[in-house]
Design a protein around this ligand. Structure first.
Ligand SMILES: [Zn+2]
Length: 314
């Protein structure tokens, strides 16, 4: 094995690339289970001893997943979007909370960033044996592990409301992921996904629990960042490499909340709306495109240099 390809420097020229796919998938499983895919669900049917689901969506990043289990289902319709939770019959305790959070999170993202691009939103429980994530967002389907979400006792410590943390965060990845924008793979890319998802998560948390509680959560990220920057390196946020979670998530949350205090949450959201509008696929935006939108809503030069300090200094 050779060395991994070096990450592209941030300053390289801009990229337009047509690399999205039209997804057309049929998933089948045994009767009694529900076949789950990603994207919009067009049709479900049973034939002999198999159950089938047909998923079809155009213009998606090359990214899909499947699951199958004996699921219970609870669903609501909100703003014309079918929101459903598919869960194990032994784990019903957080389903309503998850649906409530999905509604709050969808409202925040639609009102502040723009329309939700799919016909439905599914939250799907997967096994605790699945490693590497607590929750992960695919187009129109978010997979969440049984131990982290469905079978966890939130009331034992409400300050650790993982449902809010994950529902808000993961849902916002529909906007800040690879669907509505498709960041170029270079330094700073995860500032456009994870740092913006952390910002959304914090603003929804603020709406639910107030500013003080939200700031307690930011403090936890300050501790994570301080503990890990010495061990894992400390490049500035706008050049964050892949895998540096203490920068993309923790420093991202800190810097974005500070930005919302510097110029106001409304201005941050305005900049994010413009960032989405100006960087549509097939353009592959970079962190410099996002900084440009922050400068555009800054009232003066002094504020611009403070913005630079948040994202470009260490
Ligand atoms: Zn994330």
């Amino acid at each position: 094995m050779g060395d991994p390809t070096a990450l592209k420097p941030l300053e390289m020229s801009e990229v337009f690339k047509n690399d999205f796919i039209n997804l057309n998938m049929v998933v089948s499983t045994e009767v009694g289970q529900t076949p789950i895919g990603t994207g919009n669900l067009k049709k479900s049917w049973t034939e002999k001893d198999r159950v089938y689901s047909h998923y079809k969506t155009n213009d998606l990043p090359f990214r899909f997943a499947v699951a199958s289990s004996k699921y219970q289902k609870k669903s609501i319709t909100h703003r014309g979007i079918n929101i459903e939770v598919l869960y194990d019959e032994k784990h019903p305790e957080n389903v309503d909370r998850l649906l409530n959070n999905a509604v709050l999170s969808l409202d925040y993202c639609i009102d502040n960033f723009g329309a939700y691009p799919f016909e439905k939103m599914s939250f799907v429980e997967v096994s605790a044996f699945t490693s590497g994530f607590a929750a992960t967002a695919y187009p129109a389907t978010i997979f969440m592990t049984e131990n982290m979400i469905f079978h966890t006792n939130i009331d034992s410590d409400p300050s650790k409301d993982v449902i809010n943390e994950l529902a808000g965060h993961e849902l916002s990845h529909i906007w800040w992921g690879n669907s509505l924008i498709s960041p170029d793979e270079r330094e700073g890319a995860s500032m456009l996904t994870e740092s913006l998802a952390m910002y959304t998560e914090m603003m929804i948390y603020k709406k639910m629990y107030g500013t003080e509680r939200m700031k307690e959560r930011v403090k936890i990220h300050e501790q994570i960042y301080d503990n890990e920057k010495g061990l894992y390196g400390n490049p500035p946020l706008y050049k964050v490499p892949y895998g540096a979670t203490h920068i993309a998530y923790s420093k991202g949350a800190i810097a974005m909340v500070e930005l919302s205090e510097l110029i106001g949450e409304d201005k941050v959201d305005e900049a994010l709306r413009r960032f989405l509008a100006n960087n549509k696929y097939p353009k592959k935006p970079t962190s410099l495109d996002l900084l440009e939108e922050f400068y555009n809503v800054a009232p003066d030069e002094d504020t611009k240099s403070k913005i630079d300090k948040l994202f470009k200094s260490i």
